[in-house]
Design a binder for this molecule. Structure first.
Ligand SMILES: Cc1cc2nc3c(=O)[nH]c(=O)nc-3n(C[C@H](O)[C@H](O)[C@H](O)COP(=O)(O)OP(=O)(O)OC[C@H]3O[C@@H](n4cnc5c(N)ncnc54)[C@H](O)[C@@H]3O)c2cc1C
Length: 153
């Protein structure tokens, strides 16, 4: 169901009051955020840098019965031409951090890190386990949600 102008207005104002750095875009085209490059606009769109902001946005959407969708690399998403009547939460650069402790065999990364970056880091550190993801587009968060690399013939 389409969001009303009042719902959109309230959401934008409340978000600005919560955090001036959180910018909500109204009617943003989603084509540039997906691999296939097609589709309509999001009624609301917000790029976030901190986990607590994601939490606040999700809670606010749930309270106001607004649909929300967390967008990773957009490689497994086809946006309808009629767009998305809700909030797109796009994870920003702060979710792309990556640390590698080769001696301990541990890579720690944010959910917006690309699979390619993690796989390359693992290769460079002589760690195995990420080979399956070489050539798969998308982010770690999207891969976990989609169980990437687990499909069999
Ligand atoms: C050319 C091509 C080749 C591909 N090859 C493969 C392949 O070999 N194997 C394979 O398994 N897949 C493959 N895929 C599918 C896709 O790459 C994977 O599903 C990928 O893991 C999706 O990640 P993404 O970040 O792009 O997620 P998105 O497409 O942005 O989102 C996918 C889902 O994950 C959710 N999501 C994304 N990020 C988060 C997050 N941080 N927290 C919670 N939920 C989140 C979204 O809400 C959505 O439900 C391919 C896709 C393309 C276009």
């Amino acid at each position: 169901m389409a969001l009303t102008l009042k719902q959109i207005d309230n959401f934008v104002v409340e978000t600005r009051n919560y955090n001036h750095d959180l910018l909500v875009h109204v009617g943003k085209s989603l084509a540039e955020y997906t691999t296939y490059g097609v589709g309509g606009k999001a009624a609301l769109f917000c790029e976030v840098q901190h986990a607590e902001d994601v939490s606040w946005l999700v809670q606010t959407c749930r309270r106001d019965h607004i649909d929300y969708f967390i967008l990773g690399g957009g490689s497994n998403v086809l946006v309808n031409d009629s767009g998305f009547e809700g909030l797109i939460i796009k994870l920003g650069k702060n979710f792309k951090n990556l640390e590698c402790d080769a001696d301990a065999g541990i890579i720690t990364c944010g959910c917006a890190c690309t699979l390619a970056k993690v796989a390359n880091t693992a290769k460079g550190a002589g760690l195995s386990g990420m080979e399956f993801s070489a050539g798969t587009p998308g982010t770690i968060g999207g891969a976990i949600k989609m169980n990437a690399g687990t499909a069999t013939d």
